[in-house]
Design a protein around this ligand. Structure first.
Ligand SMILES: C[S@@+](CC[C@H](N)C(=O)[O-])C[C@H]1O[C@@H](n2cnc3c(N)ncnc32)[C@H](O)[C@@H]1O
Length: 313
């Protein structure tokens, strides 16, 4: 990416930040939940838990997804993140996830990303790829199903993508497995680091108590000091211990499109019990960014804000 293009993208973000300070609170991220279908049945999955209660169709058609991306772009969004279900399974006729990534780029989004269980195709076109990793082999497979860890690692071994990170949800099942998960990240040779989240209930049975979360946060900070690749900022790790984050959540910073299309600003969980127990680290990082925290700004923008970090140059 040229220095000029990077400067113009940073300039856009700076303008967005300044405008937010004078009350112009526009979304910067557009989270597109493109389908509810998935090939796995993970023990903690909130989508799987809620899918029967969710409104409308199970998949967003291509034309509608493009219209929604255009609309959110006009409102200010420059980062398009595809979620599911399992977004790599999304299809509409001859279109697949790569078609949505290409459409986002055509519209003008700076950055595209998606979260995947990593068992299907890796879509190299995306600027950022988030793979779910909930533990070393035995723990990951206990949560996600037999053979899932090896399939993920085999798929990762076939890609040269340079901007892959892992997303871990810490719950009862894996609360002792933080170090082992970080070692699996290092052993993969492909994943740059681990973003640690807490489970957002349901299911309540898997949620950690505040004391258990405190232990995990302390361990994460100690491991980070020892050089393990924890991507959360220390400030965000500490804010993961503020359990009711509803008032601090900068919901306006992300638009959220569901297959309906029903769209929200922030999150479909807003105002619910689940919102009050949100364990999502990105919400803390967004909040720190809009409050001007320099560590969150430099760490997150370096990894997630600029186009074209996907190949070795
Ligand atoms: C819903 S999944 C969709 C993408 C893909 N199927 C996958 O497994 O990565 C997106 C992320 O949300 C996480 N997740 C699912 N249920 C959750 C819950 N109850 N609390 C917190 N995170 C959750 C998953 O572990 C995954 O990293």
């Amino acid at each position: 990416m040229s220095k000029l293009k990077a400067a113009s993208q940073y300039g856009y973000y700076a303008k967005w930040f300044m405008l937010s300070k004078v009350g112009r609170k526009n979304p910067l991220v557009n989270t597109m939940l493109i389908n509810y279908d998935c090939n796995l049945r993970c023990k903690h999955c909130s989508v799987h838990e809620n899918v029967d209660k969710l409104p409308g169709p199970r998949i967003i058609p291509y034309d509608m997804a493009v219209r929604e991306m255009e609309r959110k772009f006009k409102e200010g969004a420059r980062v398009a993140f595809f979620e599911g279900g399992e977004p790599t399974l999304w299809k509409d006729g001859d279109k697949d996830l790569s078609s949505l990534i290409e459409a986002a780029k055509r519209i003008g989004y700076f950055v595209t990303g998606y979260t995947t269980n990593g068992t299907n195709v890796i879509f190299e076109q995306s600027d950022v790829i988030s793979v779910s990793l909930d533990g070393p082999r035995e723990v990951h497979d206990r949560i996600r199903g037999p053979g899932v860890f090896d399939k993920l690692m085999a798929n990762l071994a076939m890609t040269e993508h340079q901007n892959i990170f892992a997303n871990m949800v810490v719950m009862q099942e894996n609360k002792e497995a933080l170090k082992g998960t970080l070692e699996a990240v290092q052993a993969s040779g492909r994943i740059n680091g681990l973003m640690i989240n807490f489970l957002t209930p349901p299911p309540r049975s898997q949620a950690l108590s505040l004391e258990e979360k405190r232990k995990v946060v302390e361990e994460a900070m100690a491991l980070k000091r020892q050089g393990y690749p924890v991507l959360n900022t220390n400030s965000a790790l500490k804010e993961l211990l503020i359990e009711d984050y509803e008032k601090k959540c900068p919901a306006w910073a992300s638009a959220f499109v569901l297959p309906g299309p029903t769209y929200f600003y922030g999150c479909p969980m807003r105002g619910t019990e689940a919102c009050k127990q949100c364990g999502f680290d990105a919400v803390r990082e967004y909040s720190l960014i809009v409050r001007g925290n320099p560590f969150a700004i430099s760490q997150m923008s370096g990894r997630f804000a600029l186009s074209g970090k996907r190949k070795k140059v």
